[in-house]
Ligand binder design. Structure first.
Ligand code: BGC
Length: 253
């Protein structure tokens, strides 16, 4: 089935029509810059640009960088507190004239990887980590998702882990890739101690240049790069849209 996947991120809102059986993009990816600290009005204008561009009639799904419950935004740490409490799913349903599930961005990226990418057929606990403006975390166990885990905000060295290992944190502190990987390794040891995953799948825009950091990565468990890279969010959003799972429970694989 073809569905429109929308991935709302800290710097860009990206979308494409996706063949949900393969993950292939049927259209070019289209990107609109995320307004700075967007309120509801600014975010809905950006979404309208996406809607106008695609003029899509059909299933739609969306990933959002915060905790989502039944389509309502619960947290939006890298966007704006003004968004909390907004029924984004209902808003998108109006814009696209279709039911539109909105699910945490790391959860949808993980859904794509588990269904069609690096996690296919892996049982036990799989941890998907996305590195970008925020640190996204998603856990599948025997093919079932535990939604909204938010483990990017674990306290590491006395600080919110995200503030040490996200892409803006790396740039802000002008870290070399070796220095960044050193911090990331500490995070991996911590999170692996908590979850004991069989496999970690690493994706997000901040993992786009693996040759820069892989030589320094020391993980207690095997790490695989996301098969779909930074496209996983769009693909997973499209998959959830095609399945009409509007209540934050997208995912069995
Ligand atoms: C948010 C998560 C999100 C992650 C990646 C974090 O700051 O709290 O909900 O999945 O960033 O965007």
């Amino acid at each position: 089935m073809n569905a429109l996947g929308i991935d709302i991120g800290g710097t860009g809102i990206k979308a494409a029509v996706v063949d949900t059986t393969t993950g292939a993009f049927i259209t070019e990816r289209w990107r609109v810059a995320t307004p700075e600290h967007p309120g509801r009005q600014a975010l809905s204008s950006a979404i309208s640009e996406i809607a106008d561009h695609f003029a899509w009639r059909g299933p739609v799904g969306c990933g959002f960088p915060g905790v989502m419950r039944r389509g309502v935004i619960q947290t939006a740490v890298n966007l704006s507190p003004e968004l909390v409490g907004w029924d984004l799913s209902a808003h998108l349903a109006e814009v696209f004239q279709a039911t539109c599930p909105v699910i945490n961005d790391a959860d949808v990226a993980a859904l794509a990887e588990m269904r069609l990418g690096a996690g296919v057929g892996v049982r036990g606990t799989v941890l998907v980590l996305t590195v970008g403006t925020g640190i996204g975390t998603a856990v599948f166990h025997d093919g079932h998702l535990v939604p909204n885990l938010e483990l990017g905000h674990l306290i590491l060295h006395g600080k919110d882990a995200e503030s040490l290992i996200s892409t803006p944190a790396r740039k802000r502190a002008d870290l070399t890739w070796m220095e960044w990987a050193g911090r990331f390794n500490d995070y991996l040891v911590y999170i692996c101690g908590l979850l004991q995953p069989e496999l970690i799948i690493l994706g997000g825009g901040g993992a786009k240049k693996p040759e820069k950091f892989l030589p320094y990565l020391k993980s207690p468990v095997p790490v695989e790069l996301a098969a779909f890279g930074n496209r996983a969010g769009i693909i997973g959003a499209a998959i959830s849209g095609s399945e009409q799972t509007a209540d934050s429970r997208p995912a069995t694989v």
